[in-house]
Design a protein around this ligand. Sequence first.
Ligand code: PAF
Length: 286
Amino acid sequence: MEIIQKPEEMQAWARAKARLGATICLVPTMGFLHEGHLSLMRRAAGLCDLVAASLFVNPTQFGPNEDLDRYPRDFERDMALLRQEKVAAVFAPTPDLMYPQGFQTEVRVKDLATHLCGKSRPVHFAGVTTVVSKLFNIVQPDAAVFGEKDFQQLAIIRRLVADMNIPVRIVGQPIVREADGLAMSSRNANLDPANRAAALSLSTGLQLARAKAREGVRSTAALHALVEAHIHSFAGTAIDYASFVDCETLEPVAEADERTVLALAVHIDGKVRLIDNGYVLPQDAN
Ligand code: PAF
């Protein structure tokens, strides 16, 4: 497995592989890998000849009071995991290589980035779409895999690629959960045992909304009241949003149908902000 720091060396690697006729699937990550990331690597391996992972904690997608400094990191462990997954190359640049002096370009998707996380994290998605655009230009992949846990991010990246005619196939990979239902996230490492219990309010809130919607409760105001009360019954939780939205436009909906996703962001003990999401009805229901 090659570990490459410099963008121009990564581009040279990608061009050399393309000349040999190999296709490349990129899995962009911020490291501190867990089973969810590994499922992305395995999906990528089934899509192209070679898997390239990127590992970069992108500073531009963190706001001034967010957890950039506390974002968990373990480079050596990540490299060992990626080697086991037979990843061909890892692009692991430093911030100054990605954003050298004089850097001043921003790539921004407009409306989709204003919903959900965009309200409380106003700079986040411009940071994501800028770095993902750079990663696509540097790694030159044929396909890229993103986790569905970051549901809004995936919708925004699909829009970016369509709007800008970027020749990369975007593939979403389902959420991987712990045995008790907690969606896997690098940020789970920052949960102490009490907070870990409160973190379950997201997945159980989602299950509650699903159960009620399937019993026939379709008013999202009614479903929201149930989910809100459920999450707040766990000590230390503060809801950033619990929104019933259309899966593509991310606009709020009044009546749940098969396109409706419940998107959740919850602060746990003021320290860790977790997200989760899921369709509230089976995809083929009316
Ligand atoms: O989902 C992530 O880990 C990040 O937002 C990404 C896509 C790697 C961009 O920094």
